[in-house]
Design a protein around this ligand. Structure first.
Ligand SMILES: CC(=O)[C@@H](O)[C@H](O)COP(=O)(O)O
Ligand SMILES: NCC(=O)COP(=O)(O)O
Length: 246
């Protein structure tokens, strides 16, 4: 029986549109419910330190209203960690963060910052939350993550999404090779960042890919066709890959 890839829908950029006027619409809570109706297996949201899109009120409501898995993205920052442990999402994904960045620019440096990351992981695990870290497809980072006793690694697909011509195959091989390391270490293989309707298939076809977290491209498509349909289109795409791969 082929494993159908879990689709995590990141609704951050519904909140970006709301925050453009500091108002109440569009509401990411409603977007999450529509994403579920479209076939999302999880809802992902990133409570950044600068609250540029998702705000504290949103995370309080996501955990009370989302019927599928909740995936709380956060930096290793004390205040956001405390909020995450209090609201109790199903999953927490640790990501690097800087105020100057337009979006996430790279993976966590587990090799260079293992102490702070391990402390954050312990806090989250002690709260009963499944843990994951966002990493570049670098073998040394995967090896370091395997020592953290976490549940998953989410591979950063940004370099793949930006690659052109011969570089595309190179980036897919990086993802496939480090993906095997992640699975061999007994962790779930996740991936995300910059994935869209045109580039997602080769990543979905990577052996053992358990979950893809996709946000900006789905939210962009939802502006034209609605959230439920935008998610359903991505769902159909992923399922077609699973069926083709058998
Ligand atoms: C880690 C990642 O790639 C995204 O999940 C993250 O949320 C991107 O940050 P923005 O949503 O602020 O673009
Ligand atoms: N962790 C990746 C994610 O949640 C969505 O990233 P993007 O599709 O908005 O680039």
């Amino acid at each position: 029986m082929p494993h159908f890839i879990d689709l995590g829908v990141n609704v951050d950029h519904v909140a970006t549109l709301r925050q453009a006027r500091r108002g109440q619409e569009p509401d990411p809570i409603i977007a999450a419910a529509l994403a579920e109706q479209g076939g999302a297996d999880g809802i992902t949201f990133h409570l950044r330190e600068d609250r540029r899109h998702i705000i504290d009120r949103d995370v309080e409501l996501f955990v009370k209203t989302v019927q599928v898995r909740t995936n709380f993205e956060l930096a290793c920052a004390a205040d956001v960690l405390a909020i995450c442990c209090r609201v109790q999402p199903d999953w927490a994904l640790l990501v690097p963060e800087s105020r100057e960045e337009v979006t996430t620019e790279g993976g966590l440096d587990v090799v260079g910052d293992s102490g702070r990351i391990a402390d954050a992981i312990k806090m989250l695990k002690d709260s009963g939350i499944a843990t994951s870290v966002f990493l570049d497809p670098e073998p040394n980072q995967i090896e370091a993550a395997a020592k953290l006793e976490i549940d998953a690694v989410e591979l950063h697909t940004g370099p793949y999404a930006l690659a052109r011509d011969a570089a595309v195959e190179h980036e897919i091989k990086r993802l496939a090779d480090t993906g095997k390391m992640i699975r061999d270490a007994g962790m779930r293989l996740h991936a995300g960042h910059g994935l869209n309707y045109a580039n997602v298939r080769p990543v979905a076809a990577i052996e053992g890919m358990a979950e893809l977290n996709i946000g900006h491209s789905i939210v962009s498509r939802s502006v034209m066709v609605g959230m439920r349909e935008a998610v359903a289109e991505m769902r159909r795409l992923l399922d077609s890959v699973t069926i083709a791969c058998g």
